[in-house]
Design a protein around this ligand. Sequence first.
Ligand SMILES: Nc1ncnc2c1ncn2[C@@H]1O[C@H](COP(=O)(O)OP(=O)(O)O)[C@@H](O)[C@H]1O
Ligand SMILES: [Mg+2]
Length: 267
Amino acid sequence: MSEPLAILGVVGLRKEFGPLVAVDDVDFAIPVGGSLAIVGESGSGKTTVARMIVGLERPTAGAIIACGRDRSTPARGAAERRRRGGEVQIVFQDPYSSLDPRQAVTAAIDEVLRLHAADLDADARRARVGELGGLVGLDERQMRARPGALSGGQRQRVAIARALAATPRVIVLDESVAALDVSIQAQVLNLLADVRVATGVSFLLISHDLAVVRQLTEQVIVMQRGRIVERGATAAVLDDPQEPYTQLLRASVPTAGWKPRRRAGAR
Ligand SMILES: Nc1ncnc2c1ncn2[C@@H]1O[C@H](COP(=O)(O)OP(=O)(O)O)[C@@H](O)[C@H]1O
Ligand SMILES: [Mg+2]
């Protein structure tokens, strides 16, 4: 099969919760190798878009296409669920809730490899677990620990390592660094930028922090009450927002966080 033009696209995406239209006619396409941000005030529908993309909510209408395949209806069977998981992974804001408290980090990563890298034998998996731990900057002691013994930043690294273990083409990051303190946040962001360079993975990034959006994405959509009100190249939209709503969002960002903190070499 030839490479699809977009690694992830949604068309006419809609989600109703009873009378509430949480997501209303949302369209976007992330080109292969590209990354897209969703910004917007709390309650604008960002998380609902993310949850539909990874199959945690079913769209009321519209299509979701990842890696050239439709995923707008529930996966039929374990094989298809696994395939979808190998295409798009999600990292939530609070990694604690998605980690099993009884499971050491190595076991948590190994579990994903067993599912998504079934061709690897035990030795190869052990090596890959170590490699992923190194990639996200966890030392051997931390790798043997259970989530309860780790800091928030370390747990977020575990969640990222687990997502990477599935070798997805797209990682959805829903406020994934928002809960971390500033220096840890910077480390995790640099890690994500490096992973992107190393693996070519695309990000769908949901963040209220426009400096983070600048660092990790080329395109942005702005959501208000379920609809897209502005879109374009990240730098253009953030430097020169056309919509009053986007201007307000920008103005509500603390100045310290607004200054682009782009790393040398990061796009
Ligand atoms: N499971 C649900 N049931 C009912 N309403 C929901 C549910 N999930 C989200 N909503 C509502 O949908 C709207 C969009 O929510 P959400 O996607 O979480 O916004 P955001 O992530 O931008 O803050 C909000 O009004 C929220 O209360
Ligand atoms: Mg949200």
